[in-house]
Design a protein around this ligand. Structure first.
Ligand code: GUN
Length: 293
């Protein structure tokens, strides 16, 4: 069994990004600039956003955090998005989800200009991904594809089973794994909360991607011997012995599943660090006007 080290891989990619940023600024261009909007004070979002800001700055990017109280109106957020869309000093914008209930994720995603949508959530980017056109690929699927590439995992003709159909992970992942590319060319099955007898499908997976958000739902009896297991789950579960009162758990029951696998990602230190790299890569593409000019 090979443990896929997302943390080490992310460090390698970050140093490549840092070098590219240094080359841009040496030519007199400004550093890539990401704006991050955070609404409210969801604990997990606070941590993710702090990590995104820090990694951006480590790589030589400029990063601006725009914070709003939970009570901010949708109108005010949309107004700010419009302002950033027109700000030529900002290359990329993301609004950290989840949002308060009175703010529509669809309206937010559609308000961000596709050229600045470095999360890849705008329907234009999602549609262009589906049609195999240049686009921003959502950061988590993009990071996973790079892990698969980095570890030289053979995907062609394999059966990839994805559990979860979200716009952030499952849906774009199914497109990337099935498209005619390397990595890619898988036969893909997408399972979800209404799938009957989930294990019947997961047991067929050569590559199993769990993006459910239910801690330790994938157990050893659901995994084929020799499978590649990618765990996208990252749920905070209370743990009084932990310094901050919680522990991060993946969707996979790691200790019993790992011995069956050819490759597996741990939580934390697997997919998570590569998600941030995907975001930085997209922001760099935005700064270079590589997708839209
Ligand atoms: N919340 C969980 N994952 C993500 C992500 O990739 N982008 C944003 N904006 N919010 C998230």
């Amino acid at each position: 069994m090979t443990l896929i080290d997302g943390k080490a891989t992310a460090e390698e990619y970050k140093s490549v990004i840092r070098q590219e940023v240094a080359a841009l600024t040496a030519r007199g261009l400004r550093a890539p600039h990401l704006a991050v909007m955070l609404i409210g004070n969801n604990g997990a979002s606070e941590t993710y956003v702090a990590n995104k800001m820090k990694t951006c700055r480590d790589a030589g990017f400029e990063a601006t955090l725009i914070r709003y109280e939970n009570t901010v109106s949708e109108r005010e957020v949309l107004h700010k998005i419009n302002e950033i869309n027109h700000n030529t000093e900002i290359d990329g914008l993301i609004v950290q989800s989840p949002f308060p209930n009175h703010i529509s994720p669809q309206k937010i995603n559609e308000a961000i200009h596709p050229a600045k949508d470095v999360d890849g959530f705008h329907p234009v980017n999602a549609g262009r991904l589906q049609q195999n056109k240049p686009c921003y690929i959502a950061a988590t699927p993009k990071g996973i594809m790079q892990l698969i590439e980095r570890y030289k995992i053979d995907t062609q003709g394999k059966h990839c089973v994805i559990v979860g159909r979200s716009n952030i992970v499952g849906m774009p992942m199914s497109i990337l794994m099935s498209r005619n590319a390397k990595p890619g060319n898988c036969t893909v099955t997408v399972c979800h909360s209404k799938t009957v007898n989930l294990a019947q499908y997961t047991l067929q997976a050569d590559i199993l991607i769990a993006a459910i958000g239910v801690p330790e739902m994938i157990t050893a009896s659901m995994v084929k011997e020799g499978a590649v297991v990618i765990d996208v789950g990252i749920t905070r579960v209370p743990d009084t012995s932990a310094r901050n009162g919680f522990r991060l758990k993946g969707d996979v029951k790691f200790d019993e599943v790992a011995p069956r696998c050819s490759f597996i990602t741990p939580v934390p230190g697997g997919v998570g660090p590569m998600t941030i790299i995907g975001l930085l890569q997209n922001t760099l593409l935005a700064a270079k006007h590589a997708i839209y000019n």
